[in-house]
Design a binder for this molecule. Structure first.
Ligand SMILES: NC(=O)c1ccc[n+]([C@@H]2O[C@H](COP(=O)([O-])OP(=O)(O)OC[C@H]3O[C@@H](n4cnc5c(N)ncnc54)[C@H](OP(=O)(O)O)[C@@H]3O)[C@@H](O)[C@H]2O)c1
Length: 299
């Protein structure tokens, strides 16, 4: 990988208290100690305010903004269109225009849920988008708003994020796996679980690469699986005696529709930035070890 020191002396991270935001801030501090990292959670920068976004960005004058904030509650978004729109669509556009004014670049995170999920092969950046739910629709519109406001932006779509902290599928399965003897988990939705630490490291590799390239890219851990097989691996690696029973999307009956096959093709990222991802099972083992370490430390 052709990596050099960061060309940015100050980087603003929005949504810094979220799963990805926390890992990005931590990895930036470890890997790029020369960079001043401004970690802004909702308390420091509320993205529902266009005025606040412009004020904070023009005061701080960061060279780069990494936007990790989003309305991520996929089912709740179905009933809260206005909130989801504000954070997922309008805010990226406002961040883009504030950055364009001061010549700053933006890295923004998007989702595999921009795809309909009916195609049989991994989706590339050029494939047609057709989101099935409000979350996906507002995220797709956010990509467009951002690129319109600041063409010097890079959008990284990822899938099925989990971290060693925060609320996510892995943490939920560990909790339920300790409480229950069996669990029904959807087996007909396929994509790639992605460890936020790996996504954070990919983002840092992008921003330290000598040749900046804007546009849309895909990043996820390698391989593909269903939620059900993902849950089985979480139980197996954690030695939890909870039986995972396959069910269907229809039987499960979540409020929001979800794509059945939304694996992302990540070859563009490899070609342009020489970034490769490890297999999702290897990343999962590392995340589970990290969670175990934290649990032991907290008695
Ligand atoms: N989670 C996934 O499976 C997944 C999959 C693909 C892509 N993505 C994308 O990856 C990115 C990171 O996701 P994540 O999983 O790290 O999400 P997350 O853990 O839900 O974090 C999102 C953060 O955004 C913050 N936020 C929400 N509204 C805000 C506002 N008005 N002003 C400022 N901050 C606000 C939240 O703050 P509060 O804690 O105060 O609400 C939260 O800390 C997002 O763009 C998401 O769309 C996620």
């Amino acid at each position: 990988m052709n990596q050099s020191p960061s060309p940015y002396s100050r980087i603003l991270v929005t949504g810094a208290a979220g799963q990805l935001g926390r890992d990005i801030c931590r990895q930036l501090n470890i890997r790029l100690p020369e960079v001043e990292v401004v970690a802004a959670s909702r308390k420091e920068l509320d993205l529902t305010s266009e005025r606040e976004i412009h004020e904070v960005i023009s005061t701080l004058q960061p060279g780069m903004v990494i936007n990790c904030a989003a309305y991520t509650a996929v089912d709740a978004a179905e009933d809260h269109l206005a909130d989801a729109e504000l954070i997922n669509t309008k805010a990226p556009g406002w961040i883009g225009s504030a950055c364009r004014k001061i010549g700053a670049r933006v890295i923004h995170i998007s989702t595999d849920y921009v795809f309909e999920g009916n195609a049989p092969s991994p989706r590339t950046e050029n494939d047609e988008t057709a989101p099935l739910n409000i979350y996906g629709k507002t995220k797709l519109a956010g990509e467009q708003e951002l690129l319109r406001a600041q063409p010097e932006s890079l959008i990284l779509r990822s899938s099925w994020l989990y971290a060693a902290h925060g609320h996510n599928f892995v943490q939920t399965m560990l909790r339920l796996g300790r409480e229950k003897d069996s669990l029904r988990v959807v087996d007909d939705q396929i994509s790639s679980p992605t460890y936020t630490l790996d996504l954070a490291n990919a983002i840092i590799s992008i921003l330290t690469t000598e040749n900046w390239t804007s546009g849309i890219f895909h990043f996820s851990n390698a391989g593909e699986t269903s939620w059900c097989r993902f849950a089985m691996e979480i139980m197996r690696f954690s030695e939890l005696d909870c039986k995972i029973i396959p069910t269907t999307t229809k039987e499960f009956g979540a409020k929001a529709s979800r794509p059945l096959y939304s694996k992302l093709d990540c070859t563009k990222l490899k070609r342009v930035f020489h970034i490769e991802s490890r297999h999702w099972q290897e990343a999962l083992v590392e995340c589970l070890a990290e969670i175990k370490k934290k649990d032991l430390n907290h008695g």
